[in-house]
Design a binder for this molecule. Sequence first.
Ligand code: SAH
Length: 349
Amino acid sequence: MEKADIKSFYNNELEELLITLGEKPFRARQIYSWLHVKHATSFEQMTDLSKKLKEILIDRCSITVLRQERLQCSKADGTRKYLFALEDGNMVESVWMKYRHGNSVCISSQAGCRMGCRFCASALGGLVRNLTAGEMLEQVYRIQEDTGERVSHVVVMGTGEPLDNYDNFLRFVRLLSDKKGANISQRNITASTCGIVPNIRRLAEEKLQITLALSLHAPSQEKRLSLMPVAKKYDIQEVLGACRDYFASTGRRITFEYSLMGGVNDSGEDARQLARLLKGMNCHVNLIPVNPVDERDYRQPSPQRVSNFKNNLEKYGINVTIRREMGRDIDGACGQLRKRYLKREAGIL
Ligand code: SAH
């Protein structure tokens, strides 16, 4: 019998489990707190449980624990980049960033990704598998234990497409924001998607308070299609329609991510088109100079061109910021650490 992944259980599911084991349901609260507040890694650590109960739990359940495989720390800004080994040997990466408003962790939602965005390092090896809710939580918990500092913000912007792993992602958000658990406010959780329309609509119905970041990267369907294969399935207008509805049903302003690639999507005309596309929407545009990936030849526009693009958008009344680059000296770019590790394993590096 496969053991139950207890870190992915909601408290009420834990209660049900304990009842079926002939135990008192209030034990669930104790176990839940060991897992999600004290970040216990084994049942032995749960000192307020009876020996008998611990034995039963060891027999029936497993506790997902990630092993820290590598850590790179930026001397420039304190950013910490972690490579974690999952229990089956797959690798994921997560990043810790210190801001004035608190500590933010960027987590991965899948091992690999099948969305195939042309500029993205994580697309290169394809999808290996979905992460469980427990494995997503563990990235936050291990980093919190390692730094000894509370994590206040979580962004799901690492490897993977969260809306391609919908059920586990939703469970993760609910567990992460549970007051009896990690208690990270939903308003401090951001999930980034390449635009899987039916699942944006489904997410809107869950009435969460998380921020949705939409990877737009182009001002037209044609250009977007040349960068993101997902646009074949969901047209840019359909995606924007789903974003408008997300805002209407949650009241949460959408963030549009726009990765600037020199000579590809960074002209004055691109800015004008983008402004027209987003006209009247309650949104925010985040400009990210592309992180160059070895296998791809996209390059960053000059700082002057980036700031021209921003000024252009502002002229049209669009709310826009340029994302500050963090951890540039430590493979800060998306998916680079994992990719380098995989290449080394394969003897390519
Ligand atoms: N699958 C999700 C989340 C993962 S990527 C999504 O597509 O949104 C998080 C963000 O980084 C996305 O906006 C993605 O398009 C962007 N990104 C990926 N590779 C990049 C690169 N090389 N340079 C800049 N941004 C990149």
